[in-house]
Design a protein around this ligand. Structure first.
Ligand SMILES: Cc1cc2nc3c(=O)[nH]c(=O)nc-3n(C[C@H](O)[C@H](O)[C@H](O)COP(=O)(O)OP(=O)(O)OC[C@H]3O[C@@H](n4cnc5c(N)ncnc54)[C@H](O)[C@@H]3O)c2cc1C
Ligand code: SF4
Length: 290
């Protein structure tokens, strides 16, 4: 089993521009890559998880300006169906070179639409840059709301950042960390579909990024495809991204590999468990991978 997918290079990296970093989740790689790609014509728009009407309830949006990309910074730990806009991007938005960011499952959807374009005319050739973000699990909005308002006793409207790391879910307000709860409290709110997911680091993206492995304010970045490599190297040369070697970085790839292995092993077991009915009157559950 390939836990980290195929990649050409891996870096510790961050955006070169303070404006992007100020409200980015980690190293601002997603925003910096798309902003550079927009400015240089690699893409003419990007599907991102926009801010939406309710706090931390993401709303898929097509960003065609750097300001719109900046407005989408930061992780919303809830489902943002970014693929829902992919066809529309080629139609009413008239995009020819589409950027899209998504969790590993969303990048799988992009690749599947490219290879098996069922009802997806024009889409396969118009995907220019697919950025994947690492993902252990996601939460339906109501679950996220309860995690913040009930368990963390914090008004979601006052939250300036949320993150998951070191075994804790943390919410920050303007004053700093406001509350932290152990992940064992959040497990029951996880989206059940995430328990059959076998991809942690967006193996099918052009470039994947996440926080795990590198110090705060930096990102771990896997450059995977030829398109990803070309765009990333140009963004580094132009100063939009600062990239350093992962050699000697702590906790580094060791921790990324450990978490990927844990996720995939656990979910693989669950898929096998579903294949056997627990009671003779029940049918085994469908396995989407066969
Ligand atoms: C549900 C979820 C679980 C995650 N789990 C992990 C993890 O286990 N380990 C880890 O290292 N990293 C995880 N991440 C990724 C991490 O939180 C950051 O998104 C990533 O490091 C990018 O940071 P950045 O500073 O480069 O992005 P920024 O420049 O801040 O931009 C963030 C981009 O992410 C997009 N985005 C925000 N929320 C969503 C969403 N719900 N769905 C799709 N796109 C979204 C926005 O559109 C924006 O373009 C997770 C992200 C999500 C959404
Ligand atoms: S755990 Fe998998 S299925 Fe769930 S949101 Fe993340 S990538 Fe998608």
């Amino acid at each position: 089993m390939e836990y980290l997918g195929q990649y050409k290079a891996v870096y510790k990296a961050k955006a070169g521009c303070e404006d992007i970093l100020s409200k980015a989740q980690d190293g601002g790689i997603v925003t910096a890559m798309f902003a550079y790609a927009l400015e240089t014509g690699i893409i003419d728009g990007a599907i991102v998880a926009g801010p939406g009407e309710e706090a931390y309830k993401p709303e898929p949006m097509i960003a065609t300006t750097v300001d719109e990309l900046l407005a989408a910074r930061g992780t919303k730990y809830s489902i943002s169906p970014n693929m829902a806009l992919i066809k529309e991007a080629t139609r009413s938005y008239g995009l020819d070179k589409i950027g899209i960011v998504g969790t590993p499952c969303q990048i799988q959807a992009v690749r599947k639409a490219q290879l098996y374009p069922i009802g997806m005319r024009d889409v396969p050739d118009k995907i220019a840059l697919a950025l994947g973000i690492f993902c252990m699990e996601n939460f339906p909005y109501q679950g996220l709301y309860q995690m913040v308002e009930d368990h963390c006793a914090t008004k979601i409207d006052n939250v300036t950042k949320m993150d998951i790391g070191k075994g804790k879910f943390s919410v920050y307000t303007e004053r700093g960390v406001n509350a932290q709860i152990p992940l064992k409290v959040t497990h029951k709110y996880e989206q059940p579909g995430c328990h059959v997911c076998l991809d942690y680091v967006a193996n099918l993206a052009d470039i994947s990024t996440g926080s795990v492995g590198t110090p705060d304010g930096w990102s771990t970045v896997f450059v995977r495809s030829a398109a990803g490599e070309a765009a990333f190297n140009k963004a580094v040369d132009a100063g939009w991204i600062i990239a350093e070697s992962m050699d000697g970085v702590k906790p580094g790839l060791e921790l990324v590999t450990k978490l990927a292995t844990e996720k995939i092993t656990k979910n693989q077991k669950y898929i096998e468990h579903r294949a056997h009915a627990e009671h003779e009157a029940l049918k085994p559950l469908r396995n989407p991978y066969i």
